[in-house]
Every structure is written in structure tokens, then in C-alpha cells.
Design a binder for this molecule. Sequence first.
Ligand code: PBG
Length: 330
Amino acid sequence: MNYILAMQKRPRRNRKSSSIRSLIRETRLGTEKLIYPLFITADEQAKNPIASLPGQFQLGRTELLSEIEESLNLGLSNFVLFPVVDEGLKDEKASYGTSVDNFYLKRAEELKSSFPEICLMSDVALDPYSSDGHDGLVKEGKILNDESLPILQEMALLQAQAGFDIIGPSDMMDGRVGAIRSILDEHQFSNVSIMSYTAKYASAYYGPFRDALDSAPKSGDKKTYQMDPANALEALREAELDTEEGADFLMVKPALCYLDVIRLLKENSKLPISAYNVSGEYAMLKAAASNGWLEEEIAMEEMLLSIHRAGAEIILTYFAKDYARLQAQK
Ligand code: PBG
């Protein structure tokens, strides 16, 4: 039996060769769109593996410098730093976060003077420094909003003074973008940018990150400040506020379960949209690949491409170096 298909419009014609597929390809993701998250310690030398983030390490000073140099050679020049803080230095007020002795600030200074061409993004939140493991101050089990703002402001100011190019408030307190913008401007840092974690969801996919920093909340969860995974309109409200308060970039986090939110912000905002391909998303793929259940490189490219296609111009990802290496080989 022969079925005669009289069809003049045939989509497969546009897929018939690699050249044609390249001609019609709608989305391209370059290494220059990626931001590489790095976990750093106060040690002179350290390269401690993070069990739930295979291929990622807690880096001492020397290893951080070589990691940056290697990345630059691969065309990767944007980094976000997260501090691994000794348990003994953590307290209820996250004091070490606003201490001028914070090694995090020293590292940033050194990196910006050794590699002036890099773009360095910070993290503003209390959790790496807090004995409670929450992003704001805790009082009688409640996360305080307004009382947390001056601490976040001070952190941001110290980071700007240390040379960070972009301040990254990941804490989700109301009004923090405006508070940070005004303290930066007051101190002549009007040129320092803010990438706001605008739609940051209360997600299970942050697990490996909390392992890396040993920063899981000691009690309760983050649902009174991070967003409910069921909501999308609320992301628009957050986006409006961050925009009014002076954010330069809006971020959606995590990325994969929230591709619709990325698209929603993209279509409703004139600001550049970024997305955080978080630790759990990385860990899932690594775990499946190490079992031989997924082809790692192809799945990674597909994952990052989908985030870009959804509308994120910028992607924060632990795959940054792997992706850069792969592009350099092509
Ligand atoms: C906390 C913070 C988290 C991440 C970045 N900053 C975790 C959390 O909110 O508990 C997660 C990043 C990741 O999972 O890769 N301020």
C-alpha cells in the first residue's frame, strides 16, 4: 500500500541538512551570556569538592585566581561569588557580612585588580553569615523585613567599595532594591549595577547550594519571603517594584520549572532578564549523566538553550565552564 501525500508545505525541507538547520536557527547562546557562580573560602589554598555539586568546589585564594584565569581563556568573563563562612563566624546578626575584614571583600578587590576586564557580581543576603540560616534577621521565628534592610545596605556598600560591578540581592526582602540603590547613590556608586533576584521561588532545587555553604535554615522554611511556586502574576508585581526601585536586571530563579515566568517577564519588561540555572538543576543532570542515563553535553546545551529561548538574555549557571569549553572546541 502506498499512501500519496499531496502536501506542498513541508516543514522537513527546512531541516534537511546541517547548513539549512544553521540558517534557520532562531536562538544562539554564546559564552558571553553566562555568569559563572563560584564558592570561595578564606583559605590561601583549598579545593574542597561539593558532594551534591559534582565538578564544583569550594575554592581557596590560589585556586580562585587560577579558576578565573582558566575561565577567561575560554571566553568566560562574568562571575558571581558566594562566601563559605566558618560556622564560628556566624551569628544572629550576620555580623561578618558587614565586617571590613570579610575575606569576600578582599577577594573581590584582588580579582578586580588582577583581572580588570572581568565582571564581578556579588551576593547580598544574610544566610551565608547567619547562625539562623535565613536571608533576613530572625526574631521569635519571624523573618524581619525593614530591620534587615540596613544590614543589606551596608553589605552592598562594602561590596561596591571592594569593586563589585553588579550587586546581587538574593534575599527577597521587600524594598531592598530601592534601599540598596539609595545607599549606593549617596556614596557616589551610581555606576554600580543591581541585578535583582526578582522572582525567586521557595524551591527544593536550592538543596546542593545550601550544602555548599552549609547555609540551610536552622528552623522553618523560606516561604514567607521567597515566592510560592504556584504563582506567576506575583512575579509581575515583583518586577514592577524592582523596576521602580532602580534594578538594572531582573532575575528569575530557578530557571527550568519557571520558563513560563521568564517569558512572562520578558514580554512585560524593558529590562534585561536573567535566569539562575540553580544547583539542583545542575545536580539532576550530573546525576543522570553519571549513571549513563543522559548524554551530558547534549542535555546541557538543550537545557541552557531552552532558558535562553524562553527569554533570558543572561544565564547564571554552574555549567558555564563546561559550556564555554564545548563552544571553544566547535
Ligand atoms: C540564598 C541563596 C540561595 C541561592 C543563591 N542565594 C539559596 C536559598 O535561597 O536558600 C541558591 C542558588 C542555587 O541553588 O544554585 N540567599
